[in-house]
Design a protein around this ligand. Structure first.
Ligand code: GDP
Length: 484
């Protein structure tokens, strides 16, 4: 299974930079590097200790133009000897100057000397195959690289350190012990013996069920943190959607204009509050609709709401001055709530700088009464009064947004699942464990139970990589970048 060729790739982003790092890994890594590297102190790379740095030049001994020897760059070479390297194999990292021309010349030279171009994630794949990390840790490497906010970074780091896979591996081992004992009983079927202590087994199953359920539940939080929470800002033209978006993002991203319907294109932007990412989906303005029901009913708005988890329903407070407007408005909120009971709805009353105090109070009281009604049927409605233009009430609105996220698990450093593949395997493992639990209650025969236990073990192993197949590995590592 472990490949024996030597791979090379650019480990830094492609394009020009101050420095680029080219990474070589495999049995011949040091020997190949030695052929093209001339140390300033005439060192032989193959005789150097692991984890050492060497200054010198990359020399192309035979350029295609027949000019003879050519110095490509002055470089710093790092030597790592397997198994004490990232991939677990002998590894050389060449830090060269960051021009794309130099990078390409050096890589091409190394290819001519016997390296093969690495595929996406191949260094990490080798690390996994060499037992340096389990599969979930390898996947965390990709998440870590992709993480762009504190929360997702924290989760990836925890998973990379072994996070939940250690816990699962331990439970799997215990389960494996029981499986062996139960299977042993099958060999002595005639004697009617019990090697596996049934009460201990029930206890183990309960513990496993508990852990699996916790991990499965954490996926909701994890998914949100990894991908950001989608937020839709909806409301009539000119209520201040673009202005609010700007205030939230604190910059002039969306075009603000007095002309209704100028926010034509759907703009998506991310805001990070306390390490949690919120993805704002701005809606296209609605040009000529006067009627509330009509305007909110347009297809686009509904599409946005469908995609969102949190809906900011923005209204121009001035328009709520007349009592009947307020009723229409409340009616409208009720409709959205009924249609999308799963979404968190925040009613944002904007332009409070223009609204007379008594009107503000009237709106507030009316909404409060409606909130009471909703609470009676166990629904919650959030309100914020803001002036998007003057950036008033924005912090409070951000706090409302944050209140939808269960960050408790994060703060307590609990394990959080973010990977759909793990989630699927955990669900299947739980299903099998529950079958075994049921079997225990029904006094099912050992041979039948053994099958379900094996199946549960299989799903456990799928997560950590004790059970793999080429297709699975291919899928996982294809999502990596080249050079990792
Ligand atoms: P959109 O069509 O909903 O995106 O609305 P815009 O964000 O383009 O805002 C429409 C107009 O309302 C602009 O002239 C804004 O400057 C103005 N506006 C937005 N928010 C406020 C606010 O809080 N107070 C006041 N006085 N004007 C606002």
């Amino acid at each position: 299974m472990i490949p024996n060729d030597t791979i090379v790739a650019l480990a830094t982003p492609s394009g020009a930079g101050a420095i680029a790092v080219i990474r070589i890994s495999g049995k011949e890594a040091i020997a190949i590097a030695n052929q093209v590297f001339k140390s300033v102190r005439n060192k032989d790379l193959t005789k150097q200790k692991s984890h050492t740095l060497h200054l010198g030049h990359i020399i192309d001994p035979s350029t295609s133009s027949g000019q003879g020897e050519k110095t490509l760059d002055q470089v710093l070479v790092a030597v790592f000897k397997g198994p004490n390297s990232y991939s677990g194999e002998d590894t050389v990292e060449i830090s060269c100057h960051g021009s794309t021309f130099i990078q390409q010349q050096i890589i091409q030279l190394l290819l001519r000397k016997g390296c093969r171009m690495a595929q996406a994630g191949e260094f990490t794949l080798r690390s996994f195959l060499n037992g340096k990390m389990d599969l979930s840790q390898a996947e965390a490497v990709a998440d870590l690289i992709a993480s762009d906010n504190e929360a997702s970074h924290q989760i990836a780091m925890q998973q990379m350190r072994g996070g939940f896979s250690n816990e699962l591996a331990k439970l799997r081992e215990e389960l494996l012990n029981f499986a062996s004992l139960i299977e042993l009983e099958l060999d002595f079927a005639e004697e009617d013996v019990e090697f596996a202590d049934r009460s201990q087994f029930v206890d183990l199953l309960n513990r496993i069920e508990f852990v699996l359920k916790r991990l499965i539940d954490s996926f909701a939080v994890g998914n949100v943190i990894k991908n950001g929470i989608p937020v839709a800002i909806v409301g009539e033209p000119n209520v201040g959607k673009s202005t609010l978006l700007n205030a939230l993002l604190n910059e002039e991203r969306a075009i603000v204009s007095d002309i209704a319907g100028t926010t034509r294109d759907t703009i998506e932007d991310e805001l990070v509050i306390n390490g949690i990412g919120f993805r704002f989906i701005d809606t296209a303005g609605i040009r000529e609709t006067k009627d509330y029901v009509e305007s909110i009913g347009i297809q686009k708005t509904f599409e946005k709401i469908e995609q969102a988890q949190v809906v900011l329903y923005l209204v121009d407070g001035l328009q709520l001055k007349a009592n009947n407007q307020l009723d229409v408005f409340i009616n409208e909120i009720g409709k959205i709530q009924n249609q999308y009971p799963q979404k968190s709805l925040i009613v944002v009353v904007n332009k409070k700088d223009l609204i007379p105090v008594e009107t503000l109070t009237a709106i507030n009281n009316r909404i409060a009464a409606f909130q009471e009604e909703l609470l009676a049927v166990n629904r919650k409605l959030f309100t914020n009064f803001i002036s998007a233009k003057n950036k008033e009430g924005i912090e409070e609105l951000k706090n409302t947004l944050l209140s939808f996220v269960n960050t408790g698990a994060l703060r307590n450093n609990e394990t959080i699942i973010t990977n759909t593949r793990h989630y699927d395997s955990l669900l299947k493992a739980l299903e099998e464990i529950q079958k075994v639990q049921w079997g225990m209650q029904q006094n099912l025969s050992s041979d039948l139970m053994a099958i379900d236990i094996r199946q549960a073990l299989y799903y456990f192993g799928e997560i950590t990589g004790e059970v793999t197949n080429d297709e699975l590995l291919g899928n996982i590592f294809a999502n990596f970048c080249i050079g990792k």
